[in-house]
Design a protein around this ligand. Structure first.
Ligand code: ZN
Length: 243
């Protein structure tokens, strides 16, 4: 099996094109900043796809050649075609990793995979955020200290309406006093999913070295393994267990 992990960064890419305040923070787009961060990981081969490309850049061929899909979306979730979501959903169940960032909590794909509303409290102010590592030793926090400190971020607060994570990796605390489960691991079918909270479009979060490290670690963690392919349906005997 090839050791290279093929990562596709999917970005809605509207805020940065339509509002110069966000373009100033992300002149290459949010996907460009994430790709720049992942360039520090030699085992990751990164490309990008955006909403306004044909089929949102997520054709069957493209997804078949994607080991891990990273998803940032916000104001145009409803514009993502259901046929493309069906395709991404099938690929996740078949083993493709998925990393959902920040406002992607309301994306069609995340809501479908979670089966809940994925709603939460929020406030765009000037809250500082401290993301505490609550799963030391987990591969996603390799190279991260006890916590990540962000000077200013959008607040997301509990309750976060998601199923209980199979592994909780980060808990955030905000200046306003709220807490949030900000790093959540799931499996669906053969696919691994990581939800990571920070990354509002007006803040330089995706330039932060520790945030970049977490996303790169998560891409490696979520990559499919070369285990057996899943098979379903009527099945013939494979022979007795005893020899
Ligand atoms: Zn936001």
């Amino acid at each position: 099996m090839n050791d290279t992990v093929r990562v596709t960064i999917w970005n809605e890419y509207r805020h940065e094109r339509e509002d110069e305040r966000y373009a100033a923070v992300y002149p290459m787009g949010i996907h460009g900043a994430i790709a720049e961060g992942l360039a520090a990981f030699p085992e990751l081969a990164t490309t990008a796809a955006t909403l306004d490309e044909p089929e949102h850049g997520l054709t069957e061929e493209r997804l078949a050649a994607t080991d891990v899909l990273i998803w940032w979306g916000h104001k145009a979730h409803a514009e993502v075609a259901d046929a493309v979501i069906d395709r991404v959903y099938r690929r996740v169940l078949d083993g493709m990793g998925l990393i959902v960032l920040h406002s992607g909590h309301f994306s069609k794909i995340f809501k479908r995979l979670m089966g809940t509303s994925c709603d939460l409290k929020w406030r765009v102010g000037a809250d500082g955020e401290r993301l505490w590592v609550v799963a030391p030793g987990h591969p996603i926090v390799e190279g991260i200290g006890e916590f990540i400190q962000l000077e200013a971020e959008e607040m997301y607060g509990e309750h976060f309406d998601v199923p209980p994570p199979e592994q909780l990796v980060f808990v955030s605390w905000f200046d306003g006093g709220e807490v949030f489960r900000s790093g959540c691991c799931y499996t669906r079918g053969a696919g691994k999913i990581f939800y990571f909270r920070p990354g509002h479009e007006s803040f330089p979060t995706f330039h932060n070295p520790k945030i970049r490290r977490v996303i790169g670690n998560a891409a490696k963690w979520a990559a499919p393994t070369s285990g057996p392919r899943r098979t379903f349906g009527r099945s013939e005997p494979v022979g007795p267990a005893a020899t």
